[in-house]
Ligand binder design. Structure first.
Ligand code: NOJ
Ligand code: CA
Length: 570
């Protein structure tokens, strides 16, 4: 058995002392991601909105989550589903008004649900007034200095300033036409051309984001999920860089001149100080795609952010050796800086885990899946593994992120028609990468209602598969074997047994190599990622299992393949 002390935090700063008084909420919270355009549509235009969220808060309370994180709902031309913000301090009319936001926040708080909003500081929309002013102004002007404008290479500036590629495919630079009609400078966009990168060396930008943070904190939000938190600062010299063919498009390595630059950390130290002026444990969560937990932990040192998504965990296969290694590394790395570990299996950028965990080896995870993809997942195996993986995850100490619809066992939608797709990745790669629309389809609430209850008019911005009737929330509500019932049981027990705060995590050896077994607080968790059934210890009581166990007729139980169980001793 691995000694538990090996996994305890090594940092002995104020963060640890504070934790000793009772953990701040974000250290243990189950946080549910709402992708507003696909959650619930109150006005019937086929796009989810803030009043829709308010109308469905009871369902989230019943589910048993502690907080919600909302993907962007701010003013935006929606070129990247709201991750292209034109006004950071207002609500896009598609989603409602600031009044609707205040109402949603108040109703969530009434139910004891905290609310985190998305902050997109790496880039704005090209429709942001600052970028429009920069286009109208001359090279070298203060307006241009808020973004990354550079002269081109070549005799006439006709070549981009360097060879950087957009995460969504194609060049990361676009040339502008100057006010006099001549071809002019280039601007950097690590994502779509409609998402120009800010220059974070510019004090105007820093001051503007302080204002934006205060705007939402003053309205009462509990924190921020910070988009592309590893990307704000670029290497001074903007050196050429080409990612390896097989590199994950969102991934980062130390040598990438636009990810994980040392200077980025000072920004979060500044924000941390700002948040600490407010009461109530407001939190910052980093979206930083870095290859290891050890690198990710640099974003949550005691004077920086409070949480970071654990993407190395999300990227692990359904494989006991990989999972054990990433769990160990995560507890060690985040614990080492006194931060809570987070766990996550799905979000709006990756293939839903009910499909991803059964992908064939030849299907590249980063590119989405569609009708012509190789290695399409078996839906039955995928759902079985997803249920087991979530059962395993929700017993781990720390905070866990859930993505809307995973509690219904929704798979990735593979058969979307080409003309329905909206992800800029699809357009920028001329359909070579399907992108992320398959995990963004509006979720089903009622099997027999138009658009499965998503929208009264039956309208839905992406088509919902007919078979989702069987996965609608109302069909699962009273079925004790449903995925929804499993999530509710896991979240209730996790809270009752305070598993998120457990400090005595320890592996249990003696099981086959394809099994994960550990003790955390009062529970023993066993997960079988192999193909043969695994005998369970005698005398233990099953609290919850992701699938029925096998009984041998003499009272002994075995754990079938792709199943996880929580056990207690009476
Ligand atoms: C990460 C977000 O999660 C993703 O949806 C978005 O496209 C990029 N950042 C760019 O903002
Ligand atoms: Ca709507």
């Amino acid at each position: 058995m691995t000694s538990a002390s090996a996994l305890r935090p090594t940092f002995t700063g104020s963060e640890r002392d504070a934790a000793a008084e009772g953990p701040a909420w974000y250290r243990t919270a189950a946080i549910y991601q709402i992708y507003p355009r696909s959650f619930a549509d109150a006005n019937g235009d086929g796009i989810g909105d803030l009043p829709g969220i308010t109308s469905r808060l009871d369902a989230l309370q019943q589910l048993g989550i502690d907080a919600i994180w909302l993907s962007p709902f701010m003013t935006s031309p929606q070129k990247d589903a709201g991750y292209d913000v034109a006004d950071y301090c207002d609500v896009d009319p598609l989603f409602g008004t600031l009044g609707d936001f205040d109402e949603m926040l108040a109703r969530a708080h009434e139910r004891g649900i905290r609310v985190i909003v998305d902050l997109v500081p790496n880039h704005s929309s090209d429709q942001h007034p600052w970028f429009q002013a920069a286009l109208a102004a001359a090279p070298g002007s203060p307006e241009r200095a808020r973004y990354m404008f550079r002269d081109g290479r070549g005799a006439h500036g006709e070549l981009p300033p360097n060879n950087w590629q957009s995460v969504f495919g194609g060049h990361a630079w676009t040339r502008v036409t100057e006010a006099d009609g001549t071809p002019g400078q280039w601007y950097l966009h690590l994502f779509d051309a409609s998402q120009p990168d800010f220059d974070w060396a510019n004090e105007d930008v820093r001051e503007e984001f302080r204002r934006i943070l205060r705007f939402w904190l003053d309205r009462g939000v509990d924190g921020f999920r910070v988009d592309v938190a590893h990307g704000l600062v670029k290497h001074d010299e903007l050196p050429d860089y080409m990612p390896a063919e097989d590199a994950d498009s969102m991934g980062g390595q130390e040598t990438v001149p636009y990810w994980a630059q040392e200077g980025v950390h000072e920004i979060y130290r500044d924000w941390r100080r700002l948040l600490e002026e407010y009461d109530g444990d407001r939190a910052l969560c980093a979206e930083a795609w870095l290859p290891t937990a050890a690198e990710t932990a640099l974003w949550v040192r005691p004077d920086e952010m409070h949480q970071a998504f654990n993407f190395p965990y999300l990227m692990a296969d359904w494989d006991a050796t990989q999972l054990r290694a990433v769990i160990d590394e995560s507890l060690r790395a985040f614990g080492g800086v006194g931060a809570p570990t987070t766990w996550v299996l799905s979000n709006h950028d990756v293939i839903r885990h009910a499909s991803r965990l059964a992908l064939g080896a030849d299907a590249p995870q980063g590119h989405g899946i569609g009708p012509l993809s190789a290695g399409k997942p078996d839906p039955v195996v995928g759902l079985r593994r997803a249920r087991a993986a979530t059962t395993l995850m929700l017993a781990l100490p720390g905070s866990a992120y859930l993505y809307q619809g995973e509690e219904l066992g929704l798979p990735e939608v593979i058969e979307l028609p080409d003309d329905a797709r909206q992800d800029p990745t699809w357009f920028r790669t001329q359909g070579e990468r399907y992108g992320r629309d398959g995990c963004r389809v509006p979720i089903p609430w009622e099997a027999d209602a138009p658009a499965f209850g998503f929208s009264e008019t039956g309208s839905s911005w992406l088509p919902q598969p007919a078979e989702w009737a069987g996965l609608a929330r109302d069909r699962q509500q009273d079925d004790s074997d449903s995925t929804l019932s499993l999530y509710r049981a896991l979240l209730r027990l996790r809270r009752e047994l305070a598993l998120g705060a457990s400090e005595d995590f320890a592996w249990i050896d003696g099981f086959p190599a394809s099994t994960l077994a550990f003790r955390s607080g009062a529970v023993t968790v066993v997960a079988n990622a192999g193909s043969a059934p695994v005998p369970l210890p005698e005398g233990a009581r099953v609290l919850v299992a992701s699938a029925p166990l096998e009984e041998d007729g003499s009272g002994s139980f075995a754990l079938p393949r792709d199943t996880a169980v929580w056990l207690v001793r009476d």
